[in-house]
Design a protein around this ligand. Structure first.
Ligand code: Z57
Length: 837
């Protein structure tokens, strides 16, 4: 920018101005309240003060973001771009206070004027831009990237309506539209000037240009505009502030309301509505894939906006795209953004005339792909006619990628046509489909699974042919969770106790928690540990009372299963255990059992009948058990509605027992399992996903293992599994099923739960019947162990102490080293003047 000589530099940020002292924070809070919201303290609502406060904090983040982005540009660093259709960051305010290091001072300042900071934190509406584990993992990874000072951008979609809010009505799930933007979002910066056009539909024409080269023209049916909204993502105790850039779909300018007659006007408005539909709503299914046209458009829209943005940024500072792969590493979070492989090829080849081979080389060096599931029904495959309708040019490019790829396959396996058919990007076994996982594998230099077991299964089953072709491309990177949000922020009591013994370095180096091992048997420490857990349980008991009206005893064992509802996760196995306990108490009302509160939480995909029915089952069993005088409060069952990040932060710290009971081989990793154990819950679980590694780390003696292994599951199924035999031969199981079948939990209605009962007796894809007995035995052992307070507390302390491996910092370091080849960039807070800009 040309600036006249000798002008005084306009200082945007003074480094000398300490922006984190109470005086400057207080001044900005007032200013924002008066001049941004236009409110006097007399009429300000809690929401207003939250808002003014959020803006005050955002200013501190933006100062750091400006410094960060300028350092990235000046030092020409390599940047990681995380491409994800989902993000579940949770409420920002508390986390930002923690990462800025001002949480204690702020909460004291609020206390001094007689206000409780928590009330203001509670005002925040969380961005529910994801379904479950996959979206939350993306948010944990953004936190770790910033904390580890890695240059990174998170690219995603700004859904106007995120995951629905769940209410329970008459025991059934009801879905309420998530209007997270209704009070305005103080964390985002709207950038109308950062916008790209995205073409959709239409047809393609190829014709020679003046030099006789063939050029392709894509004549789209429609064009929408993607506009950037940025949310700053600050690291813990560092100046690095990265950005989450979300795209919103809008109508393009040509549909401006300038010269129009009446008809044009309504057409123009209509066009605007149609365009904005694209990012209107998040698809609410976690794993089963739904091949909807709008969903494909969303995926492509994300990829096209993000790649155009990267190319624009690149060409701002480099003469051409020759070194594109040295400046950027793109991680594909599952196959949802896999179409970006094709889009980058199109942008390079069609729009910038880069030769195919060079473009392909760049593309493969840029992308890497994380697989998150083995479930066949979750693997994305688009029917060819649908694909051609939305992305005609991309289909041509896919055919060309596939032609070249299959040529190389035939060279490698001469004459093996079935090999080529299995590897092909197109499934031609019946109706034709584009296989997105195959596209992601071919277009990436690295492929990873999310737990050791999951990666092994990928290599031996789902992606076996690719593994044989390119074993060097495969990695395992076991998932991790951020210790900032899921311990330091959400469990302040435990954090204070841990800090009193070993300091707070563990927040950045979770392996340091090992130092707690030496206190595992210390009676005073044990006593404090139990007091913390009890206080957390009291807090959750209050929330349960407020949300459901159910009173629960904080002294009872809190036995918790929170996660999306899915048959493979087996919430209904948990219910079979509850009914087993209930029958025992009915037979002998004086029986001494460990008092338990069994808590469920989680959303069901609106179209997933069985998952919804399981919610109704939980509510129905709860209704019977909770009011039965024979049970006499020794057993309570709670369905905690609307499980989301905000509620999760209250739930994990209060758990005694964590239920991780999926059928072996079905859960890719799980991350809730890590959050529970980090907060001192013991796990009852199968050898599935990351449970295997959690058990290894905490020690088998500190983990309640049950159920068949993956090999056993495969063997049982190969033999021709007959669940009915378990019903016949296990008397207790039979009584449980018979009670369920009798209509006892449904006011005599024998039909209500019939689909569930029939599925268990005659189908049982997820082997509940086969795992029932060992589950009950391990639950009994857990119950007995809970009565031995010293032993339980020791096990609990050791679980927390040995969770170092499951920090998302460790996972991100592995991605940096093995997959992205990126290094930290130290950020200093400096004066910025217009001359530098
Ligand atoms: C999703 O949340 C996960 C996988 C998927 O393929 C889709 Br779609 C959504 C989950 C896995 O089920 C978890 O096991 C895993 O921990 C999580 O992704 C993060 O890797």
């Amino acid at each position: 920018m040309a600036i006249e000589e000798k002008t005084t530099p306009f200082i945007i940020k003074e480094a000398s101005d300490n922006d984190l002292d109470m005086e400057s924070l207080g001044r900005d809070l007032n200013e924002n309240l008066f001049y941004y919201l236009g409110k006097s303290p007399l009429v300000a609502t809690l929401q207003d003060i939250y808002h003014a406060f959020a803006l005050t904090v955002r200013k501190r983040l933006l100062q750091r973001w400006i410094n960060t982005s300028m350092a990235y540009v000046k030092q020409k660093v390599k940047v990681v771009c995380y491409f994800s259709a989902e993000y579940l960051p949770g409420p920002h305010l508390g986390n930002n206070l923690l990462n800025l290091g001002i949480f204690p001072t702020i909460s004291q300042a609020f206390a001094r004027v007689g206000a409780n900071l928590d009330y203001f934190l509670d005002q925040e509406e969380e961005p529910g831009l994801g379904n479950g584990g996959l979206g939350r993992l993306a948010a944990c990874y953004l936190d770790s990237l910033a904390t580890l000072e890695i240059p990174a951008i998170g690219y995603g979609l700004r859904y106007e309506f995120g995951i629905f809010d769940q209410e329970i009505r008459d025991g059934w799930q009801a879905e309420i539209t998530d209007k997270w933007l209704q009070w305005d979002n103080p964390w985002e910066i709207h950038h109308p000037e950062i916008a790209y056009e995205v073409k959709l539909g239409g047809c393609c024409q190829t014709h020679p240009d003046r030099d006789g080269r063939l050029v392709v023209h894509w004549h789209p049916e429609r064009v929408v505009k993607g506009v950037a909204y940025d949310t700053p993502i600050l690291g813990y105790n560092v100046n690095t502030c990265n950005v989450l850039r979300l795209w919103k779909a809008e109508a393009i300018e040509s549909f401006d309301f300038q010269a129009f007659n009446k008809g044009d006007y309504y057409d123009a408005v209509d066009e605007k509505l149609v365009s904005e539909n694209l990012t209107k709503v998040l698809y609410p299914n976690d794993e089963p894939f739904e091949g909807k046209k709008l969903r494909l458009e969303q995926q492509y829209f994300l990829c096209s906006c993000a790649l155009q943005d990267m190319i624009r940024l690149h060409l701002h500072f480099a003469p051409n795209l020759g070194d594109f792969h040295e400046s950027w590493a793109v991680q594909l979070n599952d196959t949802h953004p896999a179409i970006s492989v094709v889009e980058l090829m199109r942008l390079l080849v069609d729009e910038r005339q880069i030769p195919w081979d060079q473009a392909w080389d760049t593309t493969r060096k840029v992308f890497s792909y994380t697989n998150h599931t083995l479930l066949p029904e979750a693997l994305e495959k688009w029917p060819l006619p649908l694909f051609a309708q939305v992305l005609p040019r991309h289909l041509e490019i896919i055919f060309e990628i596939n032609r070249r790829f299959l040529d190389s396959v035939r060279l490698r396996y001469p004459g093996d046509n079935s090999k080529a058919a299995r590897l092909s990007l197109i499934d031609e076994s019946g109706d034709r489909y584009v296989r997105m996982a195959h596209l992601a594998c071919v277009g990436s230099h690295a492929i990873n699974g999310v737990s050791a077991l999951h990666t092994e299964l990928l290599k031996s089953s789902t992606l076996q042919d690719f593994f044989e072709l390119w074993p060097e491309k495969f990695y395992n990177i076991t998932n991790g969770v951020t210790p900032r949000r899921f311990l330091a922020l959400s469990n302040p009591r435990l954090t204070a106790l841990i800090n009193s013994k070993i300091g707070s370095d563990w927040i950045k180096d979770l392996y340091k928690l090992r130092q707690l091992e030496e206190f595992a048997e210390d009676p005073d420490f044990q006593q404090s540990w139990r007091e913390v857990k009890l206080a957390n349980k009291r807090q959750l008991a209050n929330a349960i009372k407020a949300r459901t009206g159910i009173s629960v005893d904080p002294q009872s064992m809190f036995d918790i299963q929170v996660k999306r509802l899915h048959e493979y996760k087996r919430q209904h196995l948990n219910v079979l255990h509850i009914i087993t306990l209930y029958l025992r108490l009915k037979k002998d009302p004086t029986l001494e059992i460990t008092p338990r509160t069994i808590i469920f939480g989680g959303k069901a995909a609106p179209g997933y009948f069985m998952a919804r029915l399981i919610i109704k089952l939980i509510s129905s069993v709860a209704e019977v058990v909770n009011r039965d005088p024979d049970v006499n409060d020794r057993l309570k069952v709670v369905f905690f509605p609307n499980f989301n990040v905000k509620n999760a932060q209250k739930i994990y710290p209060a758990a005694d027992l964590s239920q991780q009971i999926s059928t072996a081989g079905k859960e890719a990793s799980g991350t809730g399992n890590m959050k529970f154990a980090l907060n001192g819950a013991l796990t009852i679980g199968t050898l599935d996903g990351a449970n295997v590694e959690i058990r290894e780390e905490v020690g088998p003696e500190n983990f309640f293992l049950f159920g068949h292994t993956v090999e056993e599951v495969q063997y049982i199924k190969a033999q021709g599994y007959n669940p009915y035999l378990y019903y016949q031969s296990n008397e207790h199981l039979r009584e449980v099923i018979d009670l369920l079948r009798s209509g006892f939990f449904a006011h005599g209605d024998r039909d209500l739960f019939r689909p569930l009962v029939e599925s268990l007796l005659y189908q049982d894809d997820y082997l509940l019947m086969a795992d029932y007995q060992s589950y009950i035995e391990r639950q009994d052992e857990a119950g007995m162990t809970f009565l031995d307070k010293k032993r339980w507390t020791r096990m609990s302390i050791l679980n927390t102490a040995r969770m170092g491996k499951f920090s998302s910092d460790r996972a991100i370091q592995e991605y940096c080293q093995h997959i992205w080849q990126v290094k930290p960039t130290f950020i200093e807070l400096q004066d910025i003047t217009l001359e530098q800009v």
